[in-house]
Design a protein around this ligand. Structure first.
Ligand code: TYD
Length: 207
């Protein structure tokens, strides 16, 4: 059995919540402390995943909800096997932009796929690899929409109602798994949000 020595931190939130900026700040901070990190994302964190990402975000014909779910899961299975687990076994801190909770929030709470099935399929796709810490960037849907600008991908083009369901889905997940999932108020300045992120990660890593 492979032994995981590193830490696995994932970042979640609705489209336009500002998490990518925060992950980059965090990566720089950890590197400045001499930590070895791997910054990665879903969908698209592996070679196969890059092709799946293209389909997931830009396919122009209708996609069945279940087909969409399986494509995200396929991306995840390849990502965990070929990228995340090897890095964790080398002792790295893996920072992942979206992971299992995205499928629960988007395909489950927003699209209406069965949550219990998603949990089971996530376990299969990941070989039961859970994050050590998940930070949800909670933001008003309207504010996030304004940030997205005009060129939106397939998911970003979804309605305000859809993104509200995703947001509420994340809040429900953080109520269900309070040990693992921590919510940060992302309606504030980059600096204020990052100070919360540093605190949460600092507690996990004892720094
Ligand atoms: P991306 O451009 O990476 O958006 P962001 O910067 O907001 O993360 O696109 C990823 C999109 O895929 C985003 O709209 C959320 C969606 N998604 C799911 O619907 N389910 C999933 O399991 C994952 C990983 C992402």
């Amino acid at each position: 059995m492979k032994l995981k020595k590193g830490y696995f931190i994932t970042f979640e939130g609705i489209d336009g919540c500002g998490k990518t900026t925060q992950i980059e700040l965090l990566d720089n901070w950890l590197k400045s402390l001499g930590k070895e990190t791997l910054l990665t994302l879903e969908p698209g964190g592996s070679n196969l995943g890059k092709d799946l990402r293209q389909i997931l975000l830009h396919y122009e014909k209708p996609v069945a909800d279940t087909a969409e779910m399986f494509l995200y899961l396929a991306d995840r299975a390849q990502h965990v096997n070929n990228v995340i687990m090897p890095a964790l076994c080398e002792g790295k801190i893996v920072l992942c932009d979206r992971y299992t909770d995205s499928t629960a929030a988007y395909q489950g709470y927003a699209r209406g796929c069965d949550i219990n099935q998603i949990n089971m399929l996530n376990d299969i796709a990941t070989g039961n690899l859970q994050s050590d810490l998940t930070i949800v960037f909670d933001i008003d849907v309207q504010t996030a929409q304004l940030r997205l600008g005009k060129t939106k991908d397939r998911l970003e083009k979804e309605s305000v109602d859809f993104h509200t369901k995703v947001k509420n889905g994340y809040l429900e997940l953080s109520r269900l798994y309070p040990q693992r999932i921590k919510t940060v108020n992302a309606n504030r300045t980059i600096k204020e949000i990052f100070s919360d992120v540093k605190k949460l990660v600092g507690e996990l890593l004892n720094i």
